[in-house]
Design a protein around this ligand. Structure first.
Ligand code: ATP
Length: 347
């Protein structure tokens, strides 16, 4: 059995998580995944129940699980709580606890949805890129750091194991996809870039089936706009990944379409990129696509059943052809769209 810890969270979190759970349960029925679900409080809901966003029962549930499916957290109700117990602090603690050092953000323009992209349809067509961002190292965490009246400083530093492990996650992901990996750095200016490139090249020897290329980050920013469909998996450092994943996230044209995964030493985490959308919470209007695609990533990366992940993705793409929620210009509610996915999945 695979234990899934379910953390619905706040706002539209519970609505989109319910939708993703229905899809996972149907996939379990069809493909025999052997799933067991247990729900825990997290974020604002946990602040209300326990006075903290990541209480002990949730921490234990996450540690004992094979994967975490998270909805969304936070909202105006908890905006004024002290920083140590903010909903977002709970998410940082979960990532740290579980050693989640790789963040995976796919951006895909689905067939028939090219018109949602801000790019010309002929450029947007076929975009299916996965950004793998190093999440726990690099300049956001490097010491020394500080600021005085006269100057401010941060440190960009990566160790060999830090680069190797995120590179392996990226090569593994590429091996499950179109077998192409682009490593992004600034090797022409930064020693860390040169070291990153050399280390990724060494790891490449373990994955002869994956084609590797290197790009400088400035050129990559241009390529992601001018010919985004050329890329499969992209691996990069924390700060470059922060920027490039946000750049790539606008390609599909709606926040409601973007899933994510965080992988590392402990229990992997799967969650939509969007927030708790308090403006539409509780109305049955939320687009559950990002949550459902996060469940597809769970099947691919936590259960190692990429064929099931792909089947969920295909069913979602099929549903989007006929049934769309308001953020995509349609008038379907969460339940109607979810039913369309379930129907497509059942074939
Ligand atoms: P956070 O800071 O938590 O990311 P935010 O307010 O910046 O929150 P979201 O909560 O993601 O961002 O919402 C941004 C806008 O997008 C809102 O108007 C919201 O209604 C809309 N939105 C976000 N997710 C969805 C979704 N799944 N379906 C429909 N609309 C959504």
């Amino acid at each position: 059995m695979h234990k899934i810890a379910v953390l619905p969270g706040d706002g539209i979190g519970p609505e989109v998580t319910d939708a993703a759970l229905e899809v996972l349960k149907k996939a379990d029925e069809l493909y025999g995944l052997g799933l067991e679900f247990e729900q825990f409080e997290f974020g604002g809901a946990a602040i209300d129940a326990y006075g903290e966003p990541y209480p002990e029962p949730t921490r234990k549930g996450v540690a004992a699980a094979d994967a975490v499916l998270l909805g969304a957290i936070g909202g105006p109700k908890w905006d004024d709580v002290p920083r140590e117990i903010r909903a977002e602090t709970g998410l940082l603690a979960l990532r740290k606890d579980q050693g989640l050092f790789a963040n995976l953000r796919p951006a895909r323009v689905l067939e028939g949805l090219e018109e949602l992209s801000p790019l010309k349809p002929e450029i947007a067509r076929g975009v299916d890129v996965l950004i793998v961002r190093e999440l726990t190292g690099g300049i956001y965490f490097g010491q020394p750091r500080g600021m005085s009246e006269a100057e401010a400083w941060n440190t960009l530093r990566y160790s060999r194991p830090e680069v190797e492990r995120v590179a392996r996650v990226a090569f593994e992901a590429a091996a499950k996809r179109r077998k192409k990996l682009t490593s992004v750095e600034k090797a022409n200016v930064l020693e860390v870039g040169e070291f990153w490139r050399k280390t990724v090249l060494e790891v490449a020897a373990e994955y002869p089936q994956v084609e590797l290329e290197h790009q400088y980050v400035d050129a990559m920013a241009m390529h992601l706009i001018t010919h985004p469909a050329d890329f499969d998996v992209v691996v990069t450092s924390n700060i470059f990944g922060d920027i490039l994943s946000d750049l790539a996230s606008v390609l599909p044209g709606s926040l409601g379409l973007l899933p994510s995964a965080s992988l590392g030493d402990g229990t992997p985490l799967f969650e939509p990129v969007h927030g708790s959308a308090p403006d539409i919470a509780g109305k049955g209007l939320a687009n559950p696509t990002a949550a459902i695609l996060s469940a597809a990533m769970l099947a691919t990366y936590a259960l190692n059943r990429p064929e099931v992940g792909a089947a969920i993705e295909r069913a979602t793409a099929a549903a989007l052809k006929t049934t769309r929620t308001r953020d995509l210009g349609g008038n379907a509610g969460t339940a109607e769209f979810t039913n369309a996915v379930l129907e497509a999945l059942s074939g």
